[in-house]
Design a protein around this ligand. Structure first.
Ligand SMILES: *Cc1c(COP(=O)(O)O)cnc(C)c1O
Length: 390
C-alpha cells in the first residue's frame, strides 16, 4: 500500500482476475443465493458477519467492491453500503442506542439527523442533547452522563461549517465509555476519521463519490470487529439495501473523485476569497480561509477542503433581498444536496434549526457548492446576483 492516494483511487475495490480481466466489476443483481448442499448453507449462515453471501440483502460482488474502496478511503476496516446518506445516519444511530440511553449531537448537525433524534429516537426513550459544536475536551466531559452511549459529531457542521475538535471530543467520550460517531461527508478525501479517534464514520456517497447528481447512497465504516457487528447487524435487521446499479455508478464516480475535488477545492477557494472582498458580504464560512474561527483546527486535522461553504451577507439585507439576488443568477442551480459537477446555491436562513444558541452570524445566509464550471463565469453569475440584491 505504498502508492499515493490518487493512484489507489484508480485501483481500490477492483475484483481483478475474478471477472476475467475486465477492469470494472459487473453489476451483480440478485436476491436468492443458491448453495450446493445444506451444510454449505449452514456454514455460510454461521459466517454472516464475514464478506460472505447468504442472501441478496447482504450485498453482492458489486457492493463488495464499493465497500472495500470506501473502507480504504476512510482508513477503516469494513464498510456497509446503505441506500442513502440519511439511512447511514439512521442505521448507525440505531446500532448503538436503546431506551434509556442519552445521545449528544452538535447543534450544527445535518437537519434530518436532528429530526430523527427528536422524533423516532425520542419516542423510543432515547434522549438527545444538542451541544455547541465548538466544545472543548472539558466541556464535552461535562456533557457526558453515565447513560451517554453516543457522541455524534459532524465536522464541519451543516450550513455553518464549524470545525470540531474531534480528537478532544473523542478523548472525553472514550474516557466515559461512549462511542464516537461522525458524519464525515464534507471531509471525504481530506479527513481520516479513525486517526482522530472516531469509532464509526458515516458518508453520504450521494455527494462527491457519486459526483454527478444522479444517485443516492450512504456508507458506514468502522475499524473494530465489535463495531462491524453492531452496524452490519443493524443494517441487516432494518432490511437496508442499495441497488447494485447505483453502487456501480458510485464506483465509476470514485475513479475521478480526486481530479474533480482538486479542481473544485481550488475553484471553491477562489470564489470564497472573491466573495470575501465584495461589499455585500459580511463573512464567508469556509474552514480553509484564515479568517474562519476554527481555521487552525482545520489546518491541523484536514489535508484539504471540499467546495461546499457558506456566505453571510451584511445585516442590512433581508432574506428576501438574498432570494431576489439568487433568482437573478443563471448558472447556479437552486437546490439541496451537493458534490456534483454543477454549482448550487441555497438560501439557508429560515431553513436551519439551532437550539443550543449557535449558528447566528448576524446576517442572512446562503450555502454554495462549487462545481466544475469555469471560475470566471461563476464569479460573473455571483456578481449578477449581488447586484440584484439592491
Ligand atoms: C446530504 C447529506 C446527508 C444525507 O445524504 P443523502 O444521501 O442525501 O440522504 C447526510 N449528511 C450530510 C452532512 C449531508 O450533507
Amino acid at each position: 500500500m505504498s502508492h499515493r492516494y490518487e493512484t489507489r483511487l484508480s485501483h481500490m475495490g477492483r475484483p481483478g482476475s475474478r471477472v476475467h480481466g475486465f477492469v470494472n466489476p459487473p453489476v451483480h443483481r440478485g436476491s436468492t443465493v443458491l448453495f450446493p448442499d445444506c451444510a454449505a448453507r449452514r456454514a455460510a449462515a454461521a459466517r454472516r458477519f464475514d464478506q460472505y453471501m447468504t442472501y441478496g440483502t447482504q450485498g453482492g460482488p458489486t457492493h463488495y467492491a464499493l465497500e472495500d474502496a470506501i473502507a480504504e478511503i476512510e482508513g477503516g476496516s469494513r464498510t456497509v453500503i446503505l441506500g442513502t446518506g440519511l439511512a447511514a445516519v439512521a442505521v448507525a444511530l440505531l446500532a448503538y442506542l436503546k431506551a434509556g440511553d442519552h445521545c449528544l449531537m452538535p447543534d450544527s448537525v445535518y437537519g434530518p439527523a436532528r429530526n430523527l433524534a427528536n422524533t423516532l429516537l425520542a419516542g423510543w426513550g432515547v434522549e438527545t442533547t444538542f451541544y455547541d459544536p465548538c466544545v472543548d475536551e472539558a466541556g464535552m466531559a461535562a456533557l457526558i452522563r453515565p447513560n451517554t452511549r453516543v457522541v455524534y459529531t459532524e465536522s464541519p457542521g451543516s450550513h455553518t461549517f464549524e470545525v470540531q475538535d474531534i480528537p478532544a471530543i473523542a478523548r472525553a467520550a472514550h474516557a466515559r465509555g461512549a462511542k464516537v460517531l461522525m458524519d464525515n461527508t464534507w471531509g471525504i478525501h481530506h479527513f481520516q476519521p479513525f486517526r482522530h479517534g472516531v469509532d464509526v464514520s458515516i458518508q453520504a456517497l450521494t455527494k462527491y463519490v457519486g459526483g454527478h447528481s444522479d444517485i443516492l447512497l450512504g456508507s458506514i465504516t468502522v475499524r473494530e470487529e465489535e463495531d462491524w457487528r453492531a452496524v452490519r447487524g443493524a443494517a441487516t435487521l432494518l432490511g437496508q439495501y442499495a441497488s447494485p446499479d447505483d453502487v456501480w455508478l458510485a464506483l465509476r464516480g470514485l475513479r475521478t473523485m480526486a481530479v474533480r475535488m482538486k479542481h473544485q477545492e481550488a475553484a471553491g477557494m477562489a470564489i470564497a476569497e472573491w466573495l470575501l472582498a465584495q461589499p455585500q458580504v459580511k463573512l464567508v464560512l469556509h474552514p480553509a480561509l484564515p479568517c474562519h474561527p476554527q481555521h487552525a483546527l482545520w489546518k491541523r486535522d484536514f489535508t484539504g477542503a471540499c467546495s461546499l461553504f457558506g456566505v453571510v451577507f451584511q445585516p442590512r439585507y433581508s432574506i428576501e433581498d438574498v432570494q431576489r439576488g439568487i433568482d437573478a443568477m443563471t448558472l447556479f442551480g437552486i437546490g439541496a444536496s451537493w458534490g456534483g459537477f454543477e454549482s448550487l446555491i441555497l438560501p439557508t436562513t429560515g431553513h436551519i434549526t439551532r437550539t443550543a444558541g449557535t449558528g447566528d452570524y448576524g446576517g442572512p445566509m446562503a450555502r454554495l457548492h462549487i462545481g466544475l464550471e469555469d471560475v470566471e463565469d461563476l464569479k460573473a453569475d455571483l456578481a449578477r446576483g449581488l447586484a440584484a440584491m439592491g
